[in-house]
Design a protein around this ligand. Sequence first.
Ligand code: ADP
Length: 255
Amino acid sequence: MTEPIVQYRDVYKSFGDVKVLKGINLDIHAGEKVAVIGPSGSGKTTIIRMLMTLEEPTSGDIIVSGENLWKMEKNGKEVRANEKHLRKVRGDIGMVFQHFNLFPHMTILENCMTAPIHVKKEDKHEVRERAIQMLERVGLGDKIDNYPSQLSGGQKQRVAMARAVVMRPKIMLFDEVTSALDPELVGEVLEVIRDLAQHEDMAMVLVTHEMDFALDIADKVLFLDEGVIAEQGSARDVIEHSQNERLQSFLSRFR
Ligand code: ADP
């Protein structure tokens, strides 16, 4: 098998005295769809925030496309990564948050165009075409000149996804993207993720409480419990056939 696109090697993370992650080892391969499940506070969000460089590990390594995210070489020595190195490695990664994080003063189309133009210095016309195509793909072709405040929560979340995909990341991170939505809006957002999972070859890591959804789209499911990966395997093995008592007790809340 080819080299994983993401590798966590013995990653620990504490906030003050609180040990949140206690030795995470994980490989994610190109195009792989990974669902992360587990009780609240088990460290799911922290795992993906570290990949987005929003948190720094206390120890251990995270390697993305062969580059150590947080460390770089300088004069033959390993030193903490500077902002330039982080920006470069982070260029492969896109993230969608629970609370959309759209720019309120920009139209939907401008929201999707700003990063490729200003961060990646891409051609404006080419980006515009791509952004319009993506917005059509998520069912918002008729809203491109609207502002975020004019959209429903589900529509905002679909814009956030289009915006992330326009950057052409190799890995997309989804942090409980449906949990702030009214229940009737969850389906339309899951449908967009399902479409992306089926038709885009980027890897995806999804923190989710939607077990049927995870079962449906994930190649691999991780059960995180008290800061360790307590179980990992195919969606069917983990969600339907695991003998792990804590996992069974966690899953029973969704039945
Ligand atoms: P999950 O996503 O599984 O609910 P999180 O990764 O959000 O878990 O959080 C794991 C633990 O880390 C929680 O106890 C949370 O309070 C703590 N934590 C997360 N981020 C911070 C932070 N920035 N400062 C202090 N504690 C944090």
